[in-house]
Design a protein around this ligand. Structure first.
Ligand code: GDP
Ligand code: MG
Length: 459
């Protein structure tokens, strides 16, 4: 998969120190191949690779991130940019009802999405109305009615049929009297009128699709658009259709035009190739994602999360950013200077690191969300805040000379330090061992191996 490929690439990067131009190019080649394998459209891949390469070559050297992390960071940022940057909420009309038109190929997931969106909006306090303007397939209306019932949202439909007690629903009768003929454009128009009359604040118009793009269908969608003046036209696209996503999106963009995209079937193997292609080629934001057949399998689309998903890093970038913040730049610079001058990383430096780790309090919770971060998660799970206090007490009980030159801490000094800090000699020993490990790590960092996180090795 795309994420496996990228992970492998980044693993190679991680084991290196500084990146040369050749390194960057090799990495870009991998990223290119990985994206193509994920069915991202060729021109999109080309443009993306170009941007990342340019930025990687001219990247300022960051104190807190090693070169590999910088490339990851650039790839991540560029993915977010293509995916639209910020999360884009549904634009609501100043004068309700807000009209949302759904367009897309047959089987793309429009009707399913209509129910999910209606439910979502209802939960947000809106009063949506669903409109069944797909009269192409015999069961299309019934399908929307079933979905509407599950969502607890009323459906305006042309063919009400008689219910069990033989009555005909009001909205159906109204349409029937006015139109006498199953015309999807009229149904859509009447549906919006109905919403206005009964003060529903959002109308979601479900439309027909064909298996392939064709002129007649496109015209029908355009006619409905002209009849209802949608505030949002959402193009629903199956995330698993790969390269075809681009041609389909282009056809709908030209034929009907749309203001936003919904990715459906993002629960399958789809790893985001279609998302990248559609967003990049049409320049339209992705508003929602459909992730299964159940009504609740629905997500507000977050570009940053999708970018992470594509990289399969969970929220690892957030983690890096947090670490970057906690690691005060000035201190990092001082440290780098000291290390370069051949001075040793001291116990006091170690204490400062531990205190910084404590500041990253939200890490524990954050790590709980990360996939594939087992080792690091364990390290943090086991990180006991009281331990920082203990370490602080121990270090404070040492003489300045001991702090600078821990080698001189013999048995009797250990006993004295333990007494002074209210700990045991075992705990003093443990601290000295951990410190020795951290010191080794700092020396590696001085050689450019990566950003150390106290007690955890390199990120
Ligand atoms: P429409 O023709 O565009 O209205 O598409 P439908 O909403 O009828 O969906 C077509 C098929 O795809 C149905 O069998 C749905 O159950 C299924 N489907 C829709 N959305 C999703 C999704 O997000 N995940 C999965 N796994 N199936 C979906
Ligand atoms: Mg449908």
């Amino acid at each position: 998969t795309l994420s496996d490929r990228l992970s492998a690439t980044f693993k190679n990067l991680r084991s290196k120190g500084r990146l040369s131009e050749a390194d960057i190019d090799a990495t870009i080649r991998e990223i290119r191949r990985a994206l193509l394998d994920a069915d991202v459209a060729v021109p999109v891949v080309r443009e993306f690779a170009g941007t990342v390469r340019e930025r990687a070559l001219s990247a300022e050297v960051s104190q807190a991130l090693n070169p590999a992390q910088q490339v990851v960071s650039i790839v991540h940022e560029e993915l977010i940019a293509i995916l639209g940057g910020q999360q884009r909420p549904l634009h609501l009309a100043k004068n309700p009802p807000t009209v949302v038109l759904l367009a897309g190929l047959q089987g793309a997931g429009k009707t399913t999405l209509a129910g999910k969106l209606a439910r979502h909006l209802r939960e947000e306090g809106h009063t949506p109305l669903l409109v069944a303007a797909d009269l192409q397939r015999p069961n299309a209306v019934t399908q929307l009615q079933v979905v509407g019932e599950r969502a607890g949202v009323p459906v305006f439909a042309p063919h009400p049929g008689a219910s069990d007690d033989g009555t005909v629903p009001e909205e159906g009768r109204r349409w029937w009297e006015r139109s006498k003929k199953a015309d999807p454009v009229a149904v859509a128009r009447d549906g919006v009128e109905e919403a206005r009359a009964k003060q529903y604040d959002v109308v979601i118009v479900d439309t027909a699709g064909r298996l392939g793009v064709d002129a007649e269908m496109m015209q029908q969608a355009a006619d409905i658009r002209d009849a209802v003046h949608p505030d949002e036209t959402l193009f629903v696209v199956d995330a698993m259709i790969g390269q075809d996503a681009v041609t389909t999106a282009q056809a709908f963009s030209d034929g009907v035009g749309f203001t936003g995209v919904v990715l459906s079937k993002l629960d399958g193997d789809a790893r985001g190739g279609a998302a990248l292609s559609v967003a990049s080629v049409t320049g339209r934001p992705i508003l929602y994602a459909s992730t299964g057949e159940k009504l609740t399998d629905f997500e507000v689309f977050h570009p940053d999360r999708m970018a992470s998903r594509i990289l399969d890093m969970g929220d690892v970038m957030t983690l890096i950013e947090q670490a970057q913040k906690a690691w005060d730049a000035e201190q990092a610079e001082q440290m780098a200077g000291k290390l370069a001058a051949g001075e040793d990383f001291t116990l006091e430096d170690f204490l400062v690191q531990m205190q910084q780790l404590r500041q990253m309090g939200s890490m524990k919770k954050m790590l709980g969300m990360l996939p594939g971060m087992g080792q690091m998660r364990d390290a943090i799970e086991n990180f006991d805040e009281r331990e920082v206090d203990r370490i602080e007490a121990i270090v404070r009980s040492m003489t300045p000379t001991e702090r600078r030159t821990p080698k001189i801490i013999n048995g009797s000094r250990r006993a004295r330090i333990a007494r002074g800090s209210g700990t045991t000699t075992t705990e003093v020993n443990q601290l000295l061992e951990r410190f020795a490990g951290a010191q080794k790590m700092m020396k590696q960092m001085a050689k450019g191996a990566g950003m150390p996180v106290p007690g955890m090795g390199n990120l």
